[in-house]
Ligand binder design. Sequence first.
Ligand code: PHE
Length: 352
Amino acid sequence: MPAAADPLEALREEALISLSDARDDASVELWRNHWLGRSDGRLTILLRSIKDQPADQRAAFGAGANVLKVTLETALEEKLESLRQAALARLGTEGALDVTLPGRPQLRGRLHPVTQTMRDCLDAFAQMGFRVFEGPEVEWSKYNFDAARIPEDHPARDMWDTIWIDTAAGDPREILLRTHTTPNQIRVMERTPEPPVRVVVPGKCYRHEATDATHEWMLTQIEGLAVDEGVRMSDLKGTLYQFAQTMFGRDRKIIFHHSYFPFVEPGIEMAIDCFICRGNDSKCHTCHGTGWIEILGAGMVHPEIIECHGYDSSRVTGFAFGIGVERVALLRWGIDDIRHFYSNDLRFLRQF
Ligand code: PHE
């Protein structure tokens, strides 16, 4: 090979020839160290020598050396890219990469079992002419308690351990995470100057609760309210009976017990026969040995609540109910512990 007249040109040729000889990433790496290595790469040394050139040649030499640097760096990038392309092509021809294979399936989301159950419950009531209304989860104490006839210091407040919201100013017991959806009975009547009222109100409620198989600190309820002339207890029972049959089929047993809630008179609870023990195990932890699982509280709306919205309680009456949606979901699918719902375990959730 004839020696190039220009020493930079000679270096360029030598470097590019040896780069084109490199067959894999490892030999390219050796080449990079040899030419571009930070401390003793040959080009690095050359660049360092610019300052030692005779003054009249220094500028031209410097310019040429920098062009050479860019040339080598570009050649290096191109070499690496062509090695990458060759490796990919080999993968294809050697069969390691089968581009005809179907793609990986996308994981599909689905509705949470409690959401599914809630929607089915709302559908059951929609068929009976109930409309859906929604109210706030962060609620005034006066709606959650006072308007529902649970004044401060009334023992009925002990029915719920409450999660209060701290506010910078004012009474610390003014705002809370609602303990039930019942405040929406009041909110709906406030907005409806004249009966009839027929609504269902779904939503989350919160209680500072010791959790167990049938109690969670966050729960989903559906409040129901019907107010009109001539609404009677038998209407309430018929409505709830129809609801239970739609949700659970005709074979399940239903029982009504007397119960107490300050906002209804009289008050009842509805329970469904225990799907775990069918009433045969006195130690059953799902029904606590009673054979029944309570799924809702209900009753005839207290006349004082009807009156305070300007309705005439001698003319109109109403019934109300509050359903525990998680309980309904437990019963539907035979789930033995309510805590599964919010433990975010996909193995559980994928089953629904
Ligand atoms: N609010 C009651 C509860 O959370 C349920 C209920 C609603 C009872 C309406 C009677 C009437 O337990």
